[in-house]
Ligand binder design. Structure first.
Ligand code: FMN
Length: 215
């Protein structure tokens, strides 16, 4: 018998997050939690997968899963098609929210801030390390546009493969990275009876403020 949705629940007991565990800025803690997620999560969980929410010109939110592909002292970088729905939304409203969920560790991290395009050099450097199939796909697929059927996509790929028979595909102008520059990062550690730990970092006048939020 299928379990009813109302009965589906899990108590979180693995760990806690105290102010004593948390540094004055969020970067160190994110790197630590990310490293632990890579080590601990099952192979089927992509630790760098996250949900990215953007809003369109009408203020309507859109959310999808993407892969985090770089992290530096400035922000969190992902790569995509600049002409996709998310690309158009970010052109209209350059703010986004990113959520990581690491179920084995019973942890969530929420990141919010302004989004900027990375330099063409950075996009190109990452594009070049992608497998050939992914590079051809970036040229072939008009991401987010309506297409007639699978056959149209395969036809677009065949045309692209022909175009790049003798030359390596370079990074298309319509493809590249975005960096989310955070002004808020919240660390959530699941605790028993839904009394979770939430430590929120907020950037104010170039200083990170740390505060505890009620679960
Ligand atoms: C695990 C996973 C990883 C994904 N990674 C990416 C990615 O890194 N870049 C990307 O453009 N789309 C990625 N996608 C596809 C997106 O979820 C989405 O379908 C696509 O970017 C189009 O979104 P949009 O129409 O809102 O622009 C991924 C999907 C999944 C399930």
């Amino acid at each position: 018998m299928t379990q009813s949705l109302a009965d589906m629940r899990r108590d979180y007991t693995r760990d806690g997050l105290t102010e004593a565990d948390a540094p004055a800025e969020p970067w160190t803690l994110f790197r630590q939690w990310f490293a632990e997620a890579v080590q601990t999560e099952q192979a089927s969980v992509e630790a760098n997968a996250m949900s990215l929410a953007t809003v369109d010109v009408e203020g309507r939110p859109h959310c999808r899963v993407l892969l985090l592909k770089a992290l530096d002292d400035v922000g969190f970088t992902f790569f995509t098609n600049y002409e996709s729905a998310k690309g158009q939304q970010l052109a209209a409203c350059p703010f986004a929210a990113m959520t990581f969920f690491w179920p084995t560790l019973e942890r969530q991290v929420r990141i919010e801030g302004r989004v900027e395009k990375v330099s063409p050099e950075e996009s190109d450097a990452y594009f070049q390390v992608r497998p050939l199939g992914s590079r051809l796909g970036a040229w072939a697929s008009p991401q987010s546009r309506v297409i007639a059927d699978r056959g149209e996509l395969e036809e677009l790929l065949a045309v692209t493969q022909k175009r790049f028979t003798d030359i390596q595909p370079d990074c298309p102008d319509h493809w590249g990275g975005y960096r989310l520059v955070p002004d808020r990062i919240e660390f959530w550690q699941g605790r028993s009876s839904r009394l979770h730990d939430r430590l929120n970092y907020r950037l104010q006048a170039d200083q990170w403020l740390r505060e505890r939020l009620a679960p």
